[in-house]
Design a protein around this ligand. Structure first.
Ligand code: NAP
Ligand code: MG
Length: 404
């Protein structure tokens, strides 16, 4: 078979620990044999981030702006223990945070559904994608412990000196207050990313807040979504046969549990943080969650939702066998290759991405899987594979598919 050509490079962001090992295996076994892989390579491994004073992370994000599509391996977010372990010059910021800030994107997370890994919620038949707003609210809040009786107020002072004051509470004893903010600009980006992604994936979009109680804060989110929808997306949604609807967060939660899945659920920052863990766990496994950062101007960065699987990496270094699940990392590659193919009109690349996903799912459904899935599957007679043998089993399934 002739290898598939790529006209535009894909931005490749390598990473750390066990996922870095899987990254190389995936390229060697599942990509190089089939594609003339055209990537612009950035090594976001912690050592190289440290050597470049984290410039490499910024460069990789700028390259994503230029080319439009990136695929990223999981990376270490340094903490005190990592400072010592890697002898770091500085506690570098989370690469995902840096990339998100440059692309101004929204993160969409969706489970990969396979037969034999059944969701806890029996009615769920299709994936539920969570879109989490990644700016502001309680994550950029200011908090004060109130020592005793007294008045707490919100004060805004405009550049021209005009003041707005709003009473929070007349305290008669100790208590607490919290101030938080968001920006119309950021909410607008969030809304556009969600509407674009819904059109892109042909799924309905749900959005929910607590606007009945939060009549200015949450209501502004609701209004901005509605205005942008009506002005820019209504006709396109109708044409695509999909729907946007807004409801209260309590109603959304009840509807999600009763639903069959197959839609995007847009959440404010805190709701998205909490609900994405709930949805991921109820679908079966963190190792089966994909994640894509989408900017409002249509740039895409694909990755797995899980981290670098540190514990498995130390076993690997000690020469022990690992059975680490590579599915979400493989789907990061297929997501990126498919998007690259769509943008470039490269049908062969799109078709290859589809087939590699089919082969991955088929391998599991035929009973070969890693240990994490073997522990929760409802399939009988499971063959538990190590990290490399699982990828090789996918290759065998893929070869059969490509020859069919
Ligand atoms: P993690 O890498 O997601 O792993 C936590 C545990 O979940 C693992 O120990 C493993 O459980 C299980 N697991 C996760 N992915 C798996 C897979 N593909 N196959 C099999 N089991 C899997 O989270 P962490 O250990 O908290 O974080 C490790 C590093 O990742 C940290 O330095 C963190 O900063 C980084 N991180 C990066 C990203 C990112 O780049 N997007 C996201 C999150 C965390 P068992 O050990 O029980 O088998
Ligand atoms: Mg969380």
């Amino acid at each position: 078979m002739e290898k598939i050509k790529m006209s535009t490079p894909l931005v490749e962001m390598d990473g750390d620990e066990m996922t870095r090992i899987l990254w190389q295996m995936i390229k060697d076994e599942l990509l190089y044999p089939y594609i003339d892989l055209n990537t612009e390579y950035y090594d976001l491994g912690l050592e190289h981030r440290n050597e470049t004073d984290d410039q490499v992370t910024v460069d990789s994000a700028l390259a994503t702006k230029k080319y439009g599509v990136a695929v990223k391996c999981a990376t270490i977010t340094p903490n005190a223990a990592r400072m010592e372990e890697y002898d770091l010059k500085e506690m570098w910021k989370s690469p995902n945070g840096t990339i998100r800030a440059i692309l101004d994107g929204t993160v969409f997370r969706a489970p990969i559904c396979v037969k034999g890994i059944e969701p806890t919620v029996r009615t769920w038949k299709k994936p539920i994608t969570i879109a989490r707003h990644a700016y502001g609210d309680v994550y950029k809040g200011s908090e004060v412990k109130i020592p005793g009786a007294g008045k707490a107020e919100i004060v805004y002072t405009g550049e021209d000196g005009t003041e707005i004051r709003e009473l929070i509470h007349e305290f008669d004893g100790p208590g607490i207050v919290q101030g938080m903010h968001n920006l119309n600009r950021s909410i607008e980006s969030f809304a556009r990313s969600c509407f674009n992604y819904a059109l892109d994936t042909k799924q309905d979009l749900w959005f929910a807040t607590k606007d009945t109680i939060s009549k200015k804060y949450d209501h502004t989110f609701k209004d901005i979504f509605q205005e942008i929808y009506e002005a820019e997306y209504d006709a396109r949604f109708r044409e695509a046969g999909i729907e946007y609807f807004y409801t209260l967060i309590d109603d959304a939660v009840a509807r999600v549990i009763r639903s069959q899945g197959g839609y995007i659920w847009a959440c404010k920052n805190y709701d998205g943080d909490v609900m994405s863990d709930m949805v991921a766990t109820a679908f079966g496994s963190l190792a089966m969650m994909t994640s894509v950062l989408v900017s409002p101007d249509g740039k895409y960065e694909y990755e797995a939702a899980h981290g670098t699987v540190q514990r498995h990496y130390y076993k690997h270094l000690a020469g022990e066998e690992t059975s680490t699940n590579s599915v979400a990392t493989i789907f990061a590659w297929t997501g990126a290759l498919r998007k690259r193919g769509e943008l470039d009109g490269n049908a062969a690349l799109v078709d290859f991405a589809d087939k590699l996903e089919q082969a991955t799912i088929g391998t599991i459904e035929n009973g070969t899987m890693t240990k994490d899935l073997a522990l929760i599957t409802t399939l009988p007679d499971v063959n538990v594979a190590n990290s490399r043998d699982f990828i090789r089993a996918i290759r065998a399934t893929l070869d059969a598919l490509l020859q069919a």
